[in-house]
Design a protein around this ligand. Structure first.
Ligand SMILES: C[S@@+](CC[C@H](N)C(=O)[O-])C[C@H]1O[C@@H](n2cnc3c(N)ncnc32)[C@H](O)[C@@H]1O
Length: 260
């Protein structure tokens, strides 16, 4: 019988016991023990519940770094200041791990950049483009459809930049190219993330890759199958080849070229 009572919702059970005048039964020692046990159960349950609520309010660590106004990164002997604005600009207003990994890859492989005309797509905060401009590039066009963070970071880091080498440009994938001059290298970090934009991005890569000499370097964070799907569409439809030239954690760097 007591086992049966225990299974009933503890709160309503206690109320029922009070309401139906069960207090006189407290002379029964066994009933008192059971009563205390049920009472403790209620208190413990309430405490567990409040712990769960506390967990919900804990800010995930990735949001903590996104909520910083300015982050500092040491790349190629320079301390870069990267301004962020997650609240106003969302994904375009913060720096992604892929950007840092691609920047460091370029420093280690600066022969790919030296003397080349470079365009960065979906530059966000602009770190990759700024680092590229210090690696002997002939020119760097830093593009995005959201330009505020790029403008602010170019200004914040102007002491490390040769202003005549780097140009911020509004550019939305799939639209006519923002410059008419020849491009040697196309860069993009963490730009493979919205499936609806894949055909537009592939269109832009087709426009930029006028020959197999044009090198495309994309760093991408593995999120579900999004990157795989993009590569499938790029290789099947666009006449491109792709190799993984770097891996760090869940970020990969793809070297892509047009086939003949
Ligand atoms: C995840 S963020 C990556 C930003 C930066 N490259 C980084 O790694 O820190 C993606 C960027 O792509 C840009 N983007 C998304 N769709 C775009 C489009 N259709 N045309 C141009 N830029 C786009 C966003 O504005 C954003 O800056």
């Amino acid at each position: 019988m007591y086992a049966l009572i225990y299974r009933i919702n503890v709160t309503s059970n206690i109320k029922k016991q009070f309401l139906h005048g069960l207090i006189p039964m407290c002379s029964n020692v066994f009933t008192i023990v059971l009563f205390i046990h049920l009472l403790l159960n209620v208190v413990m349950t309430d405490r567990d519940q409040s712990n769960k609520e506390l967990v919900l309010y804990t800010q995930p660590s990735f949001l903590k770094v996104f909520s910083k106004d300015v982050r500092l990164f040491e790349v190629n002997g320079v301390t870069w200041k990267v301004k962020q604005d997650w609240n106003q600009l969302g994904v375009a207003g913060v720096i992604w791990e892929s950007a840092l990994i691609l920047s460091r890859y370029l420093v280690d492989n600066n022969h790919l950049i030296k003397g080349r005309s470079v365009i960065e797509l979906g530059a966000g905060t602009g770190l990759v483009g700024m680092v590229t401009a210090t690696l002997g590039a002939e020119s760097v066009a830093v593009t995005d459809k959201e330009m505020r963070m790029i403008q602010e970071n170019l200004s914040l880091n102007r002491d490390h930049l040769n202003q005549s080498c780097i140009t911020p440009l509004f550019y939305e994938w799939g639209s006519p190219l923002p410059l008419s001059s020849h491009i040697d290298v196309v860069l993009g970090s963490d730009i493979i993330y919205i499936e609806e934009t894949y055909p537009l991005l592939i269109h832009t890569l087709n426009e930029l890759c006028t020959s197999p000499d044009v090198l495309v370097l994309l760093s991408a964070q593995e999120r579900y199958d999004k990157v795989k799907l993009f590569m499938k569409q790029l290789l099947q439809g666009g006449g491109f080849t792709s190799n993984v030239v770097g891996t760090e954690g869940t970020v990969r760097i793809f070297s892509i070229r047009k086939t003949l």
